[in-house]
Design a protein around this ligand. Structure first.
Ligand SMILES: [Cu+2]
Length: 287
């Protein structure tokens, strides 16, 4: 009995996926015009479709909290159940694989972050009191999300703070933001784990604002490999996001002898690169 209901869910997911693909391929121009913020990059749907067949088997759900939970504190802890793939952030931003991926949490349809642990915490910083949506979706290494109903899950929560965090507001400065990669050094030969260490000036790095509405002068940075353009506002080649001066990276998934650019770029809370771009890069070799 269990088996057949699972199969039914799978078939529905397949049908939905097929329907979604068909719909998207017929409305490419519409998708483009609605994504003016990323006007220079290719339409997200165009890059994302079709998802590889194996993605149909990727599934994430909330083990906790329950749908409709009331949140009175300033963070919401979630527990995610994953099936059909192994959580692996070491491969994020690199080639897609049929077995490893990660998951994304989205707040009111906006990406918060990528995760590789079943437990995650969502900050209520700058969230307005009231009902909000939280979605969990499998994400391939290139961050393409599997958003179909059988793969992703959306719950709502009611934020009724007893003592809300002070709202972070625009911070304007005459000085331009900058980011510089201090490590690795250009020409470094890397093998295994390595840290990308940056120096950021005139910009407030803030994790609690991931996926929140924009606040001038605030955001975080992305560590990318080789490119900061293309699908999903340049996130297709994103190794990960950071809001401290250090990002822990690894050469896992890269081949010995290859040359790559490690790029660090400043982004806003919604993960869009600053305009004009503020970035730095170093070229390294995989040992
Ligand atoms: Cu980001």
């Amino acid at each position: 009995m269990r088996r057949s209901s699972k199969l039914a869910v799978g078939l529905v997911a397949l049908a939905l996926l097929a329907a979604a693909c068909g719909k998207n391929s017929n409305s490419k121009s519409a998708a483009k015009t609605t994504r003016t913020a990323a006007a220079t990059s290719t339409s997200m749907h165009e890059e994302m479709m079709p998802l590889p067949d194996y993605a149909k088997g990727f599934k994430t759900t909330f083990a906790a909290p329950a749908d409709g939970v009331k949140v009175t504190g300033n963070e919401l802890k979630v527990e995610v159940a994953v099936s059909g793939f192994k959580l692996d952030c070491d491969l994020a931003g690199k080639d897609n694989t049929p077995t490893s991926a990660h998951y994304h949490l989205l707040l009111d349809k906006v990406l918060i972050n990528m995760y590789c642990s079943p437990d995650a915490t969502v900050s209520m910083q700058n969230i307005k009191p009231g009902v909000h949506k939280l979605e969990v979706a499998p994400a391939l290494n290139d961050h393409a999300e599997v958003l179909e109903a059988g793969n992703a899950q959306t719950i709502s929560f009611d934020y009724e703070p007893t003592s809300a965090l002070p709202v972070l507001t625009d911070e304007t400065s005459a000085d331009k933001p900058s980011i510089k990669i201090l490590s690795p050094k250009p020409g470094a030969v890397l093998s295994g784990a390595f840290d990308v260490v940056v120096e950021i000036k005139n910009f407030e790095d803030n994790c609690n604002l991931f996926g929140k509405p924009g606040v001038a002068g605030y955001g975080h940075w992305h560590a990318n490999l080789d490119s900061m353009e293309g699908s999903m506002m340049g996130m297709g080649t994103m190794l990960g996001m950071a809001c401290t001066n250090t990002f822990h990276a690894t050469t896992t998934g890269l081949k010995s002898g290859q040359t790559h650019d490690v790029i660090a770029l400043l982004v806003d809370n919604g993960h869009a690169p600053l305009h004009p771009a503020v970035a730095d890069k170093v070229t390294v070799t995989i040992g």
